[in-house]
Write a protein that binds this ligand. Structure first.
Ligand SMILES: NC(=O)c1ccc[n+]([C@@H]2O[C@H](COP(=O)([O-])OP(=O)(O)OC[C@H]3O[C@@H](n4cnc5c(N)ncnc54)[C@H](O)[C@@H]3O)[C@@H](O)[C@H]2O)c1
Length: 321
């Protein structure tokens, strides 16, 4: 099959692209490199630098494509509060542009990387796809709007559409930007460097951390399964992990004792979030394979930034006189 991945040089995108290529598929990637790194892509992936809102570029790249994975987006929740217009332009505008271009070229299927953050702070956990979303950030609004634009335009244009609501994905190759870093690589970096991990409030706030290989399994199934048109499907681990449990697990895996600093609770935070996976199991035959400890151990071993810092490896390196 021929695939186009928008945002395919990013964390999830490069893992997906490399797996599809390993399975013998043809993969094109469109990414503006505002966050991605094309050096992570297998050399068989056809990489094009560009913006997902560039229609002429999309017309060229969509030629002969069987399925698009739409991952290009701005991805930080706190940043989206500061720059909502950018999030609306890129995330919502990008989705609308892609759908228009798909209509023009006649591409018939798209899978959107939506987000579990759409659910907000729900009393009842785990959350299934039928609960009424609580949109707490412009990022969440942009993902929910993208889902609806995609479904609505899909009906008008005869395009099959699927939205995967991915929870907290982590794994090797996840970027660690200085501003708004994702939690797993940030804590791993701090613990390995002997730095301080700041935990807000009780540390009992929970999230659903899902290893990248499981996310890629779900994306690949969603790309070719029949009978899932206009479905939203959760993709998580189904396991609820508190911040303190995450820090402890990273301590165990790295063999370091984390230095934790408690800070005041941030207002408006989500207290609990864990995915109900019944629909993913039913429609995608999805069954997460990698536990948190295993996923963290693989991240440590496979991500060169972290494997370089492992204590056992550092001890072997003679100190410079
Ligand atoms: N990582 C997670 O935990 C998670 C959870 C839920 C949903 N998602 C969604 O999955 C997708 C991929 O996330 P990720 O974690 O890999 O983030 P990422 O930032 O690594 O990947 C996003 C990619 O999109 C690219 N991009 C941004 N704006 C673009 C534009 N205008 N045109 C073309 N490319 C553009 C970036 O350069 C980057 O490579 C995103 O849509 C994100 O919202 C991620």
């Amino acid at each position: 099959m021929n695939y186009l991945i928008t945002g395919g040089a990013g964390f999830i995108g490069h893992h997906l692209a490399n797996r599809l290529v390993a399975q013998g598929h043809h993969v094109r990637v469109l990414d503006d490199l505002s966050a991605g790194d094309p050096s992570l892509l297998n050399e068989q992936v056809l990489f094009t630098r560009g913006d997902v809102r560039d229609q002429p570029k999309l017309w060229t790249l969509l030629h002969n494509i069987d399925c698009v994975y739409h991952l290009a987006a701005k991805v930080s929740l706190p940043q989206s509060v500061l720059y909502p217009r950018d999030y609306n332009d890129v995330n919502v505008g990008g989705t609308v542009c892609l759908m228009e271009a798909m209509r023009a070229v006649g591409v018939k299927r798209v899978v959107l990387a939506s987000s579990g953050t759409i659910y907000g702070d729900q009393k009842r956990q785990p959350v299934d796809e039928d609960v009424v979303p609580e949109l707490l950030t412009p990022y969440a609004v942009s993902k929910f709007a993208s889902e609806h634009y995609m479904f609505t335009l899909g009906i008008h244009y005869g395009i099959e559409t699927v939205a995967l609501r991915i929870f907290n994905a982590y794994g090797p190759g996840q970027a660690l930007p200085p501003a708004y870093p994702p939690v797993v690589p940030q804590v791993m970096n701090q613990v390995l460097n002997g730095g301080t991990v700041v935990v807000f409030g009780s540390g009992r706030q929970t999230r659903d951390y899902v290893y990248i290989d499981d996310v890629v399994d779900a994306l690949i199934e969603a790309g070719h399964r029949e009978g899932i048109d206009r479905q939203v499907i959760n993709v998580g681990s189904g396991t609820e992990t508190s911040v303190l449990e995450l820090v402890e697990a990273i301590g165990e895996v790295t063999g370091r004792t984390p230095h934790v600093l408690r800070n005041e609770e941030q207002s408006g935070g989500v207290r609990r979030l864990v995915a109900d996976l019944e629909k993913a199991q039913r429609l995608l035959n999805y069954e997460p394979q990698v536990s948190l400890k295993e996923g963290l151990a693989r991240t440590l071993a496979l991500d060169v930034r972290f494997s370089r810092m492992r204590p056992s490896l550092r001890a072997d390196v003679p100190s410079t006189p």
